[in-house]
Design a protein around this ligand. Structure first.
Ligand SMILES: [Zn+2]
Length: 191
């Protein structure tokens, strides 16, 4: 099952993937305490918090959610420099303080992750950021800021972005056979 919560000033999609009582969160956006309460109300046990990439609007809630639920944040090592600037960037863009970095961080170092009742595959989707990843759960791809429902692609104007890698990542998303759940806006299904 998939739940979407739209959170924070930038209307970021936070996804809760679950089966039976096992859950993982993809992009805690902000309002980590709200997500923790949402999970608790539904008696869902959280096993992992995944970051599709290190942008502040996608991971500002990681600290609170990680602390409350005692669950690690999984992020690609190439985006750790962005995580390390999280407090600064989130304050700059939203005026809010996300707190210090989560203490419990797992670097994404393989393709397959198995949690009780849940199996996911992680694919590398760099370009928008160096350590962008997509999370595949059943026939669904959670793709972060690569491609949106209106056909727009994510920004590649940052110094650390790569338009060449982005083109490959966009290809991957367009070729995906199933639903694509982006970091902002509605899901879409490509022919
Ligand atoms: Zn982004």
């Amino acid at each position: 099952m998939i739940e979407r919560l739209v959170l924070g000033p930038l209307q970021t999609n936070c996804y809760i993937l679950y089966k039976n009582n096992s859950a993982i969160v993809v992009d805690p956006a902000d309002e980590g305490d709200y997500i923790a309460q949402y999970l608790a109300d539904r008696e869902l046990e959280l096993y992992a918090i995944f970051a599709t990439h290190g942008h502040h609007d996608h991971i500002a809630g990681a600290t609170a959610l990680s602390l409350i639920t005692n669950t690690p944040l999984y992020i690609a090592k190439e985006d750790v420099p962005l995580l390390n600037r999280l407090q600064q960037t989130h304050k700059h863009f939203t005026g809010l303080n996300p707190g210090p970095n989560p203490k419990d961080i797992v670097l994404i170092d393989r393709k397959e992750f198995v949690f009780p009742d849940l199996k996911i595959e992680v694919v590398s989707l760099p370009g928008h950021t160096p350590g962008g990843v997509g999370i595949i759960f059943e026939d669904n791809l959670f793709s972060g800021d690569i491609l949106f429902a209106d056909g727009r692609a994510g920004e590649t104007s940052h110094s650390y972005s790569s338009p060449i890698k982005m083109a490959e990542s966009i290809h991957f998303v367009k070729d995906f056979k199933g639903r694509v759940y982006p970091g902002h806006g509605d899901y879409f299904l490509l022919p």
